[in-house]
Design a protein around this ligand. Structure first.
Ligand SMILES: [Zn+2]
Length: 395
């Protein structure tokens, strides 16, 4: 193991991170970063495969060549970043080091995670001592939108991992505890159809806008399942439309609104659609109401506390960081909702973030995003130890 850890090249990690920040990979535009990673992984001597998910938006899959039978461990990162928000003090596509903080779009979410994965793969590729099983990398598109990359990956024949480590910025400290499960979500798309009439004689029509308002003001009567760890989900009305395009005194015969609903494990999309239909029925409205759902939709998941990768992770985290990791049941969405929620592959989030001591502004999806570069070696180190331990490397 010591021999492997000595191969951690921190200069390489930083160089790769800076090069990746310079490549614009705002969601929808992941092609160039995939090509860059392909070049890098081929140089490291891995088998590499690009899989087009949409035009010029490929996922990239790579695995170490010395594969033997055994378990399959995949380290995964998303290639995309969010779009540039207003107010950056530096060029978001130029890495700028201020103290220990490297600023740039995607520096934290999650090009630093990918840089640490590359560093780990480089160390294993340089080692003559083979692993038992398969160690792979996947870079997926579209995490910041619809998770199309993750959805394509679980259908792909190229990688069939037993376990995934997602290099998202989860540090296991009080600012970013490691998720032991994540809520899912659906988006209700509700169509309300009434009957037009002269607005001075509303009794001759059926007002779709007013009926929509009745539904929305009764949403607290939806029934939320209480999960022992997550507690209850929630709802939020996000959009409503209806009524005239150009001013006219007409009873509106159409309205539509969208409601986000968080799901906890134990709740399914079908069950919560039925719940909304029940609520609507109980209101006895005159309008005809159609309850649909529209993308994006994510399944909730919860991790088995006895999962082997968790046991390995806890031991190694404590060794490297010097204290036990903190966990949480999170509300939010990551590609783990696809990997674990849809494909039942256990998924551990672990990746560099801003660093406790420097936590001020510049978070993910914010202006001036940064990562604390002093943290990077810790993650390269943990990635190597976890892979070696999970894949029974003789040490
Ligand atoms: Zn991310």
């Amino acid at each position: 193991m010591d021999e492997l850890l000595k191969k951690i090249d921190n200069g390489y990690t930083l160089k790769k991170l800076e090069e990746m920040i310079k490549i614009n990979s705002v969601v929808g535009n992941e092609g160039e970063l995939a090509e860059y990673l392909k070049g890098e992984l081929v140089k490291l001597g891995l088998n590499v495969y690009l899989e087009e998910v949409e035009e010029n938006r490929p996922n990239i899959y790579a695995s170490l060549k010395n594969v033997s039978s055994g378990k399959k461990l995949c380290y995964c990162g998303h290639l995309d970043t969010v779009p540039v928000v207003d107010g950056w003090d530096t060029d978001p596509f130029q890495p700028v080091l201020i103290g220990d903080n490297l600023h740039g779009l995607g520096s934290c979410d999650m090009k630093s995670g990918i840089a640490c994965i590359l560093t780990m793969l480089k160390a294993f590729a340089d080692s003559d001592d083979p692993l038992e099983g398969e160690l792979s990398f996947s870079g997926v598109i579209d995490e910041e939108a619809y998770s199309k990359g993750a959805k394509a990956m679980i259908k792909s024949d190229y990688l069939r991992p037993d376990v995934i480590i997602l290099a998202e910025p989860y540090a296991g400290d009080s600012t970013k505890p490691i998720p032991l499960g994540i809520t899912g979500k659906i988006l209700y798309d509700i169509y309300v159809r009434g009957k037009a009439a002269h607005g001075f004689r509303p009794y001759n029509g059926i007002n779709a806008v007013e009926d929509s308002a009745k539904i929305i003001s009764n949403l607290d009567k939806l029934v939320f399942y209480e999960h022992p760890d997550f507690k209850k989900g929630n709802y939020c009305t996000l959009k409503i439309e209806g009524g005239y395009q150009k001013y006219s005194v007409v009873v509106p015969d159409y309205a539509r609104f969208e409601v986000n609903r968080l799901l906890v494990p134990g709740e399914t999309a079908q069950a919560v659609v039925s719940d909304m239909e029940r609520l609507v029925k109980e209101l006895c409205l005159k309008s005809t109401v159609e309850v649909k759902i529209k993308p994006p939709q994510y399944e909730p998941y919860v991790m088995d506390k006895n999962e082997e990768i968790l046991t390995i992770f806890k031991k190694i985290y404590e060794e490297v960081v010097g204290q036990p990791p903190l966990f949480e049941y999170a509300s939010g969405i990551t590609d783990a909702n696809v990997f674990s929620g849809e494909a039942n592959i256990p998924c551990l989030h672990l990746g560099p973030h801003r660093g406790l001591s420097t936590l001020k502004g510049g978070g993910t999806h914010e202006k001036n995003e940064y990562v604390n570069i002093k943290e990077l070696p810790l993650y390269s180190n943990m990635y190597i130890k976890i892979a070696a331990s999970y894949l029974n490397k003789k040490i």
